[in-house]
Design a protein around this ligand. Sequence first.
Ligand code: ZN
Length: 242
Amino acid sequence: MMSGSIETLRQWIEESRDIVFFGGAGVSTESGIPDFRSVDGLYNQKYDEPPETIISHSYFLRWPEKFYRFYRDKMLYPQAEPNDCHLALARLEQEGKLKAVVTQNIDGLHQKAGSRNVIELHGSTLRNFCMNCGKSYPVSAILEAEGIPRCSCGGIIKPDVVLYEESLHDGDMDRAISAIRKADLFIVGGTSLTVYPAAGLVEYYRGKRLVLINKSPTPYDRYADLSISESIGKVFRKCVLE
Ligand code: ZN
């Protein structure tokens, strides 16, 4: 059954000219980046608040030092490398078959793999800017600072990441919707489709082939034309890289 699904997806990719991929945290976990939302005992011992509270706009403004303690500890993985999912998507784009990657991840691994048209709905940890003068800073400025990272002007440096309570950047959602509407193959991977805006995006797809790849079943599996419960890196390796 597994090999049958892989073969079907391989054939659909072969026949498609306008593939769009939408990915969630599961794409990055296979590069060793854990989902910060996943609650384990460590959070309760080490942090007084849940991640959704700490990674929020109001918390950042009120407790920047505590925000950055969590952020450096749980959200920055500068040593992470792209996995076979990232590499396969980059190759499909180079071949002209894939038009866009839409991602909820903030690690920049799609670009590191070579993808160019990446819509980062939640921003990127690799971009940072001074809240006072707007000057840009690389992630090293966050990693190397002690406590609150500050600009040469004295302002606080903020990651270009969409925090809880903040809205998505203007235009990103429109670009994602427009790409998904035109797609002839829509592959959704590494997301349980329970977190906004993932579930909503699926509704915009008008094509005939919706593929879901997730290690565990999702509420949308019954709407999918093909659903594969398997490691996303493994699926893409077999469909594209081998
Ligand atoms: Zn500044």
